[in-house]
Design a binder for this molecule. Structure first.
Ligand SMILES: Cc1ncc(COP(=O)(O)O)c(C=O)c1O
Length: 432
């Protein structure tokens, strides 16, 4: 049924037209279905003139905020007069963006860049690279309940069951880090907690021996409900892969460009993967992704084997360059780290005030607020909309995602949290 909201004639007309011409499956369910016509900073304006405070950054894409003046000016400068596409030619922007990205990542294993036109396409290229380099190996390990995309091989390594007979899922810390207050204890309890994860991997090693090709994980489980592991867990996976000659792929499609309090989550967790996949924030909204990693792996393709129409197109590369300029010249990541502390304190206070908030967990400016039930979570998203606060539809049915642009100012952050507080009050009030 078409979503409609009282008092929104223009938005309701768009919602109706959308339903008439665009299949439901094209959109991820969000009960508000805000119709946004323009955006600036952390503010979205709807077709009916409602101004929404954006606690989503799109879906963790516009990390620099909407219409960031320096990003937009840089983008316009780099993109001025460039060809619309360069499939059978090369734009210098592509070479420049690859060089700058590698320099910015600043890890010895980050040697080459394979562009992609979406996060999932970047993941597929990472898997292809491992398969091309080591055709004698087959088994792909993926952390259970991870999300790497819906398409092809990216979908195969997503979730907890796979139609691909070569995929095996392994455990990821969830119960151990269910709430932010539990993380320090889990971090300190490596010796007690590690065997659960190590034994599982060792059993797979005994079963599959040299047939183990790759291990793919997100730094934190995003779509599964924002579970942020201990550092030792990811470091253990990294070491285990190195010892067993398994290609370690880190899916930073969502975590890249400052989300976790560092430019890349590999810095936050102290790991050095063989391949890192970047997306979302990479172009601050321009659709571009990148598979970055060891030359030995990414050079395994011959001409055309990893190319497609839109990957590395001039405008995407212009956006990568313009975003890097802003991150390198302005203290965006440092500012995000400062805001992270205010966010943590604010969300923990909400958890302590409201019974319907079960746990909060997160890092940097990517947080999950676990509600008592899917119904309460959906009601909270709608109540937030009534407070002019934009939230994504719940993750894993009952976790509210809080991920504002990194450029959010402290008073705006408190304003957003206060709107959340009023929304939760409404939800609990209407329940009682
Ligand atoms: C961690 C992660 N990997 C991969 C993807 C897939 O990216 P895309 O939707 O651009 O294909 C997403 C998208 O949400 C993601 O969060």
């Amino acid at each position: 049924m078409t979503i409609q909201h009282d008092g929104e004639p223009r938005s309701n007309a768009v919602r109706k037209k959308l339903d008439a011409y665009v299949p439901t499956g094209h959109k991820t369910y969000t009960p508000t279905q805000a119709i946004v016509t323009s955006a600036e900073g952390i503010w979205l304006t709807t077709a009916d003139g409602k101004r929404l405070l954006d606690f989503t950054s799109g879906v963790l894409v516009a990390n620099l905020g909407h219409a960031h003046p320096d990003f937009e000016a840089g983008y316009a400068r780099y993109a001025e007069g460039v060809p619309r596409n360069c499939y059978n030619a090369v734009s210098p922007l592509e070479a420049d963006a690859a060089e700058r990205l590698i320099r910015n990542m600043n890890l010895p294993s980050m040697e080459k860049v394979l562009w992609a036109d979406s996060g999932s396409a970047g993941i597929i290229k990472a898997i292809w690279a491992a398969q091309h380099t080591r055709p004698d190996k087959k088994i792909m390990l993926a952390t259970r309940l991870g999300f790497h995309g819906k398409k092809g091989l990216a979908g195969d390594v997503t979730g907890e069951v796979s139609k691909n007979p070569d995929v095996r899922f392994i455990g990821f810390p969830m119960d151990e880090v269910a709430d932010v207050d539990a993380v320090d204890a889990a971090e300190a309890n490596r010796e007690t907690l590690l065997p659960k994860f190590a034994d599982e991997l060792d059993a797979l090693k005994r079963e599959h021996g040299d047939n183990l090709l790759l291990l793919i994980t997100e730094p934190y489980l995003g779509a599964a409900g924002s579970f942020h592991p201990t550092k030792w867990y990811l470091q253990f996976l990294n070491e285990w892969c190195r010892e067993n000659e398994v290609v370690f792929i880190l899916d930073e499609v969502q975590s890249c460009h400052g989300r976790t309090g560092n430019m890349y989550a590999c810095e936050s967790y102290g790991v050095e993967p063989d391949i890192v996949v970047l997306g979302k924030g990479l172009g601050n909204g321009e659709p571009i992704a990148a598979t970055v990693g060891r030359a030995e792996l990414l050079d395994s393709f011959d001409y055309g084997e990893a190319s497609d129409t839109f990957s590395g197109n001039p405008r995407g590369c212009a956006a990568v360059l313009a975003a890097l300029d802003v991150y390198e010249r302005q203290p965006i990541v440092e500012h995000g780290r400062t805001m992270a502390k205010a966010m943590r304190d604010g969300l923990v206070a909400l958890r302590d005030e409201f019974e319907s908030v079960v746990n909060v967990r997160g890092e940097g400016l990517v947080w999950g607020v676990e509600m008592s039930s899917p119904e309460v979570a959906t009601a909270a998203v709608l109540a937030a909309y009534n407070e002019d606060l934009h939230l994504l539809g719940p993750l894993a049915k009952k976790v509210l995602r809080v991920s504002p642009p990194l450029t959010i100012q402290e008073h705006e952050l408190h304003d957003g949290l206060e709107r959340m507080r009023r929304a939760l009050k409404r939800v609990e009030g209407s329940e009682g």
